[in-house]
Design a protein around this ligand. Structure first.
Ligand code: NIG
Ligand code: FE
Length: 428
């Protein structure tokens, strides 16, 4: 989808000067293995952005000393600058909260038990079906604003709280309008196969047919770029998931998959088979499945806040990186298993509990996250030709992203050269 959001402040020449530490991965495709640890870290830098696109990165003074008329200068005051974060797996368009379920889980009940009692995904389906379009849109917009404050400049969002034609399309239209009306880049994913809705109880085959034959074509027309399926025990089988993803592919929807979160049912293997862009969760993925993903260059999108929230063991990030898989990270923001859009929490979990380095975490949230939404040619690094999407951190060194635990260090967020959030300044 091409971006329609238009802002006068995205055009013209901008210089970001006095960058104390410029931190970025490099390249236009996902990186794996030891490549994930390789960041370019330079000091005393300056970035020239023209019409929202990075023209050049150079030494302080290189561009600002030239006689440039009508150039806006952003002074980074010697601070850290890095690419905007990308959240490549969220369910941010929903209505209705499930805090009472969270309370039950605090008292020891499991996510699966609660789902069996009528909570879980289907409870969010009822409230998302009922809510009006404007209210759903406003709620989604508010969540985007919150994500931006954590430095997120591109977001992937999924349907899957509709499970009927009208509401699945309502979620997609919300994302399409927010893509047009806000500076954030939004990639939409059709997740009609998220759960079996109550009206299809006992008729799973019919539901899969309904999703693939009736809703998926309309989703493709309504801005969806990816097709996803919850392939797991208690959700969709490998055969059903294969059907959904292959049908999506025929409609031009690139495959993604919620795989092997609850049990190793073969989701990772299916991801490799259908050439998925990414396979996400992977808490229980088998060695065989991960090896096949590696052969097919499927990106592993890990969602540690979900594991944290469900008190499950984390995905084997260290093993995956050492195996040579491209690994990305995302929040999985949703009203049930993971109600959090916190990038600082994600940094803490990946570095303290998953054996990832700060450098690998940055790569996972920038270049590899861009690749997980098929945008690595446009965003994810600070190099000429990429969008001018970057963050200024209130920290002397990028290591503080892990060291200064649970604290939002983002001071300014710039999207296509336009400041879209400042700690003490304007918001969009
Ligand atoms: O990505 N795993 C499946 N679906 C969501 C949970 C959605 C919900 O609980 O509402 C997830 O974690
Ligand atoms: Fe999810």
């Amino acid at each position: 989808m091409t971006k329609n959001y238009e802002s006068e402040t995205q055009t013209g020449r901008k210089i970001v000067t006095n960058v104390g530490q410029l931190v970025t991965p490099e390249g236009r495709e996902s990186v794996s293995g030891s490549g994930m640890n390789r960041l370019s870290v330079t000091s005393e830098r300056e970035i020239l952005v023209i019409d929202g696109v990075i023209q050049e990165v150079g030494e302080v003074g290189e561009f600002s000393d030239r006689e440039l008329e009508e150039t806006e200068v952003i002074d980074a005051q010697g601070k850290v600058v890095l690419p905007g974060f990308i959240d490549p797996h969220t369910h941010f368009v929903f209505s209705g909260y499930r805090s009472e379920e969270f309370q039950k889980r605090l008292k020891g009940r499991s996510y699966e038990e609660i789902a069996e009692e009528g909570g879980g995904i289907v409870s969010s389906v009822s409230s998302t079906r009922e809510v009006s379009f404007p209210k759903l849109k406003e709620e989604g917009k508010e969540r985007l604003r919150s994500m931006v404050r954590f430095g997120v400049t591109s977001v992937e969002g999924k349907t899957g709280y509709g499970l009927d034609r009208e509401t699945e399309l309502k979620q997609l239209k919300v994302m399409r309008e927010l893509e047009t009306e806000t500076p954030v880049d939004i990639s939409s994913t059709f997740l009609g196969a998220h759960a079996i809705p109550e009206e299809y109880a006992g008729r799973r085959e019919e539901y899969v047919d309904f999703v693939t034959e009736e809703v998926a074509p309309l989703a493709a027309e309504t801005g969806a770029e990816f097709c996803d399926v919850f392939c797991d025990q208690g959700a969709f089988t490998v055969e059903e998931s294969r059907k959904v993803l292959n049908r999506g592919k025929k409609l031009g929807l690139k495959p993604k998959i919620h795989a092997d979160e609850i049990e190793a049912t073969g989701g990772a293997e299916l991801a490799a088979e259908v050439d998925a862009v990414s396979a996400d969760h992977l808490l229980k993925a088998s060695d065989e499945g991960l090896n096949r993903m590696k052969e097919s260059n499927v990106i592993a999108v890990l969602l540690p806040i979900t594991a944290f929230s469900l008190k499950e063991s984390y995905a084997r990030a260290r093993y995956m990186i050492d195996l040579g898989l491209p690994v990305s990270l995302a929040t999985d923001l949703n009203p049930g298993s993971c109600f959090s859009e916190s990038i600082p929490l994600l940094f803490s979990l990946s570095t303290l509990y998953m054996g990832m380095t700060v450098e690998e975490t940055i790569t996972a949230l920038t270049l590899n996250a861009a690749a997980a939404i098929d945008r690595a040619d446009q965003v994810g690094t600070l190099e000429s030709g990429k969008q001018g999407d970057f963050l200024i951190l209130d920290a002397p060194d990028y290591q503080h992203l892990s060291y200064h635990m649970g604290v939002n260090l983002v001071e300014r967020v710039v999207k296509r050269g336009e400041t879209i959030w400042e700690r003490n300044g304007p918001n969009f």
